[in-house]
Design a protein around this ligand. Structure first.
Ligand code: ZN
Ligand code: ZN
Length: 268
């Protein structure tokens, strides 16, 4: 099985990560991961009140260094997790056109004017519904803005609504909304990622969940990457083979990899 990990963070560039780039590469090689994408946090609207100061030149230099050291055993993919692009579109534009990147995930960690979903309270179902409607609206806005390759961890709020607040909220009442978002993505030439971090967290499922991956496929979705969202070397490659099984069940025959912002397809 050809294993890849297209969503990871290192302590050099992501404030919430714990392992160095070298440790991440060594873990990938030890686990048989053939392509490792560093997708460091670049939240253009700032992070915890701190304005974004992501230095893409320093980043490329660091990536060149690990590629030099590990490139004979591992394909190092130069990625970025661009957070909230539409909340600071001028700055987002700069990173989206940054030369030297292979792959960009567009993510939504917080709604405009609000804190990360991780920091919100979920007292009841009505609050969840109201937040989810705003979440979908901002996802649509991001798709309209475009410029990235895949939409990151769709259903991110469920990680906390289900996993922490214990509210049995799911996407069953949003099938029409999601179908529309997926058709919009496909028409825009964008994809999604299957983020496997939920498999090792209380929510216990991939983001998005398998039934939503199937819906994406039914709506014409073809581009899908696989990522562990590892923030430590121990999590590199975690859940990727389970993720491949989810794709297979959903009817996918390929998953997607990137080089120089161009997609290619690996047979499952
Ligand atoms: Zn993220
Ligand atoms: Zn991430």
């Amino acid at each position: 099985m050809y294993l890849v990990d297209y969503h990871t963070h290192s302590s050099y560039f992501s404030p919430d990560a714990a392992s160095t780039m070298e440790e991440m590469c060594e873990a990938a090689i030890a686990k048989g991961v053939r392509e490792l994408a560093f997708t460091e946090h670049c939240d253009v609207n700032g992070w915890n009140g701190i304005p974004c100061d992501f230095d893409e030149e320093l980043y490329i230099t660091a990536l060149d260094r690990v590629k030099e050291e590990y490139g004979d055993r591992l394909t190092v993919v130069y990625g970025l997790e661009l957070g909230q692009p539409t909340q600071n579109s001028g700055l987002a534009k700069r990173y989206l056109s940054s030369p030297g990147l292979d792959f960009i995930i567009g993510s939504l960690h917080n709604l405009r004017g609000m804190e990360d979903f991780y920091l919100l309270e979920y007292p009841d179902m009505d609050t969840c519904r109201a937040l989810m409607e705003r979440y979908f609206a901002e996802l649509r806005e991001m798709i309209g803005y475009g410029g990235f390759d895949v939409l990151g961890h769709i259903s991110y709020p469920l990680r906390y609504i289900r996993g922490r607040a214990g509210i049995e909220f799911d996407f069953s009442e949003y099938t029409a909304e999601l179908s529309d978002i997926f058709r919009l993505l496909a028409a825009s030439g964008l994809g999604i990622e299957l983020n496997t971090s939920g498999l090792r967290q209380p929510v216990g499922q991939t983001m998005p969940a398998p039934d939503i991956v199937r819906l994406y496929r039914e709506c014409g979705g073809e581009i899908i990457t696989l990522g562990s969202d590892a923030h430590t070397a121990g999590d590199v490659g975690a859940g990727i083979s389970e993720g491949i099984a989810v794709l297979k069940d959903a009817g996918f025959k390929y998953f997607t990899v990137y080089k120089g912002r161009k997609a290619s397809f690996v047979k499952i």
